[in-house]
Design a protein around this ligand. Structure first.
Ligand SMILES: [Zn+2]
Length: 397
């Protein structure tokens, strides 16, 4: 494996056991827990200038905090997405600044490209021939693209409700796709059965390998550098499996530990009221979630009734002093369409949750007048054109 020399290994988030990164590429071999990548930060010789002086604009700009060598990277220049100011929202919330981190600008229109770049690199470095995942849609499309880039076969399990665009593009990338009757839980189960049958398939779903959620960290590194090496006060993230929250908190800690940035932001979870297991667990003071009985939201990307990473997501929120907010679908869709209309930004339907949650946090007086907010848009609005337009039509527009 062509790894980053500072890569220390992978550590189980449940039992704390550590393993060689080449030996543990899925879940914990001892207990089945989620594995996280660890670095020897003391061995890293990096400063702000290390990154500033680099012409690379992709997420591999931050290669010292990614597990693999730059030369090994499977990449189509994901990352380098803009942090777009939205002064109208800043005025409305009475804060210093509000930005949208626009992850819809990635190669396949989603933040998942960051994850799939690193996961496909891991799979190729491990000598895999096939990768597999269950997906609500976006990460399946992304995985098919990066598998194609890496010369690997991909197997994607999506529920029937996944969008036409996602399904079509998995095919366009030459991926093998199973459309599973039902919802994401059914696709997850079909994926688990298939992986049990094909032990040579390399999992690339977030939390099924340490290397997918690891890639999501780079969105935060870009935010901190764009803010002239300072942490925003708040990051609001649309939340399904919980990988984004965990990655932002991990990245913020790494940059702070390296002395690159002085503080860490409060990380807030944004879910849909029709499927909010992480918000409910947060409100009830629990460390993990109870599966959501009857999920019902138009926001397919974040309709995850049984989120694998809930404990990590809850820890990320609590340890950073964040909050967790569930918003009704109409408010989420209004969040996305209002920014399309007022700021020219194209947020995915589910990412309207970031906007809706920010309004709720403002109501709770969570923001101070000198605060800087970052709302994460996890996917391109044009992938959800039908949902967004239906919302407007529902208002008689
Ligand atoms: Zn373990």
């Amino acid at each position: 494996m062509e790894t980053n020399p500072a890569l220390a290994g992978v550590t189980c988030t449940d039992c704390d056991e550590s393993f060689d990164a080449a030996a543990a590429t899925g879940r914990c071999p001892d207990c089945g827990g989620i594995l996280d990548v660890e670095y020897d930060l003391d061995a890293l010789d990096v400063s702000r200038e290390t990154f500033e002086n680099r012409s690379e604009r992709s997420q591999w700009r931050y290669r010292e905090l990614l597990p693999f060598a730059r030369e090994a990277a499977v990449t189509t220049n994901e990352g380098g997405t803009p942090l777009v100011p939205v002064p109208e929202l800043a005025a409305e919330f009475g804060v210093e600044a509000v930005y949208v981190k626009d992850e819809g600008r990635n190669p396949t229109g989603t933040i998942d490209d960051r994850a799939q770049s690193v996961a496909a690199t891991a799979a190729r470095e491990a000598g895999a021939t096939d990768v597999a995942l269950a997906s609500t849609g976006d990460d399946g499309q992304s995985a098919a693209a990066y598998a194609a880039r890496a010369g690997l076969e991909s197997h994607t399990f999506v529920p029937t409700r996944a969008s036409f665009t996602n399904k079509a593009m998995v095919n366009v990338h030459g991926g093998d796709m199973s459309v599973v009757e039902g919802r994401i839980g059914d696709a997850d189960a079909a994926f688990a059965d298939a992986v049990a049958e094909h032990d040579d398939w390399h999992p690339v779903q977030v939390f099924s390998t340490p290397f997918a959620h690891e890639g999501l960290k780079t969105a935060y590194f870009e935010v901190a550098e764009a803010l002239d090496w300072s942490a925003p006060d708040h990051v609001v993230h649309p939340t399904g499996r919980g990988a984004g929250l965990h990655a932002i908190a991990t990245a913020a800690r790494e940059f702070a530990d390296l002395g690159l940035v002085d503080s860490v932001p409060a990380v807030h979870a944004a879910q849909a009221e029709g499927c909010a297991p992480i918000v409910r667990a947060f409100e009830e003071g629990r460390d993990g979630h109870e599966p959501w009985e009857a999920p019902d939201t138009i926001c397919g990307r974040i309709e995850i009734p049984d989120p694998t990473g809930s404990a990590l997501a809850l820890a990320a929120v609590r340890e950073t002093g964040g909050d967790a907010v569930a918003a009704p679908d109409p408010e989420i869709l209004e969040g996305a369409t209002s920014l399309a209309e007022s700021a020219g930004l194209e947020l995915g339907a589910s990412s309207g949750a970031s906007v809706a949650a920010a309004y709720a946090l403002a109501e709770r007086d969570a923001f101070a007048s000198d605060d800087v907010l970052v709302l994460v848009n996890a996917g391109a609005g044009s992938k959800d054109d039908d949902i967004l337009r239906s919302h407007l039509m529902g208002k008689g527009i």
